[in-house]
Design a protein around this ligand. Sequence first.
Ligand code: C2E
Ligand code: CA
Ligand code: CA
Length: 652
Amino acid sequence: MIILNDLNLGLSISAFLVCMCNLLFTGLDRRVTKPQNKIYISMMMLHSASALCGIAAFLAEKNKLLSDSAFHTLELSRYIYFLTHSLLAPSFFCYISLVIGRSVNWKIHYSQFRTKRSLMLDVFLNASWLAMELIIILNPLLHWTWYFDNSRTFQREWGEIVLYIQSAVWMIGSFVMVMRSWNILSQNRKRSFAVCYMLVITGIVIQLVFPQLYIELLMEALGFTGVLLFIENEDDRRDVALDVYNSAAFSLDVSAALRNKIPVKLIIVRDVRFNRTANPMLRGKTDNHCFRRAVADYLGTKIQKYYIYNIGHKAFALTVYRTADAEAIAEEISERFRKPWKIDETDVYLKASVMLVSLPERAQNIADILYIAECPIPEKFQNQVMQGSDLDWIIRYSTVESAVTRGLKEGSFEVYYQPTYYINKHPFGAEALLRMHDSQLGNIYPDEFIPIAEKLGIIDEIDDFVLRQVCRLLSTGVPQKYGIEHINVNLSVLECMKEGFAEHIISIVENSGADKHHISFEITESVAPKDYHHLEEVIEKLKQAGFMFYIDDFGTGFSNLNALFSLEADVIKIDKSVLWGAEKSELGMVLLKSTVEMVRDMHKKTLAEGVETEAQIQILEHLGCDYLQGYYFSKPVPEQDFLSVIDKMHQI
Ligand code: C2E
Ligand code: CA
Ligand code: CA
């Protein structure tokens, strides 16, 4: 008996020391801020108190018959032991619900009751542990749980069994929660739960088999060391360089919130970059890491650091569980980018786009969220927080993106033709314009799908498709019969810059049997001047092969005089905005007139697009423009309709 008592004393001391070590590590690593850390610390403190009571009880046990004070110490230590140890399983349950993301923080938890059922469950759970605690507190009066008989021997009562059952229910509850979230747990967490449950269950089993051997406390303390090593230690979740969490942690935490139906608002601060126009003196000094660190530190002043994640090269995400605060925080962050950042003693202006995304309304999975965080956004959203219906744009973008991706396979693309005319209204040629008819989205226009195809890198396949269709039509010889001299094909300038582009185009046309002299290409000059040389070479090659060249959209922001002088184009297409501007103001008229004159002086031809009225034709004729294109004659129409349009015109 004496030996067993000493063994139990040793086990309690070991349990106490293990708890102390766990607490020491927690303190040294300063893992004290998160709600989960706080519960872990509380559990360790409760457990150390239980272990201390165990030590006191086993020491007092030896002298309980000889000394009254030893007996009272024994009574007191048993009393405190029951109080603290009975709290362990409910605390562990809370801890698990925080770790797996079922709850986020108690204040938020109680301010966001989602359903009547969850409210009832919470009331029941809290009532059950409070009732148990009350029974233990009142035990000196009731003796429902234990008592010391006249010979000062410890006697168990039915209350202890209830206590065991209650603890078992809490443990099973936490186990079920873990199992239900198993798929969204990291490897470390899975490992840790396995270690913890194994140790605790082994301890309980040993103690059930040998009721006099108090090993349970030590096994639980060791289980908590497992939790410390793999859950409290978050090395695998941290982005050490920026002192925030990493994208793996983001995926797991947000998946947990979605899985547990916890409402959360995400603030995405993306495209964090150097603002070149605002820092003219700082060209070249673009140390991205310093910028991101400064932004991460700033975000840490707006929300606890453990809610901030670095989710990619230039993007941060903040999870805001107090959803009512999210909009104000997002606005403040967006506002902050108007002011300079102190980086290495220098004032630096940065740019970023801020988005506010409500979960689960706006996105139902991580892929959707990452899509929102990466998809290109229009310039007009640069200085405001994108939220609510602004995000519809992105959703539309993503649906069009998938439509474009399947478009080539499903044959959704169709080439339309819009005829062009001599100034005397005789047919001259046509422009091939692409249309998309998607099975789900209906008709989509090129202004929407061409930029997407460019981003997806399939614009070359699309342009090839148009060219092949045009070649097929021309090789029938029908358009030529009606006086169509050329059909124009639009080229994406990005494609023109690719190696072997001219050879590729030439081979498509040669294989089709169409005559190169009946095909012209249109390009919108939008390359940097340093790439001009290469573009010139491509145009030169294609012209030598027999094709004609048009500069498209002349007079818009894209084109400049450089293109006119250095690219050997045959025809300059004056953008419709220039024609329409001429009707609106005198200055507009000057611009149109001088453009037509300048092109003529360079011995090139002009084509005016967007011709919708007779009055416009009068103006253009007066100015000496060569060709016309516009709704006045015909909208872009399918191939068959195009052939009937030119047939009619031919007969006039
Ligand atoms: P773009 O090359 O400047 O084409 C002219 C656009 O003006 C066409 O729009 C045409 O329908 C429209 N238009 C022509 N006449 C009038 C008019 O009198 N009034 C008005 N309001 N509009 C007129 P669309 O077909 O929507 O094409 C938009 C742009 O998409 C094109 O501008 C072109 O840059 C691009 N695009 C179209 N098809 C292709 C293609 O096959 N390949 C490539 N790379 N780009 C294409
Ligand atoms: Ca065009
Ligand atoms: Ca144009």
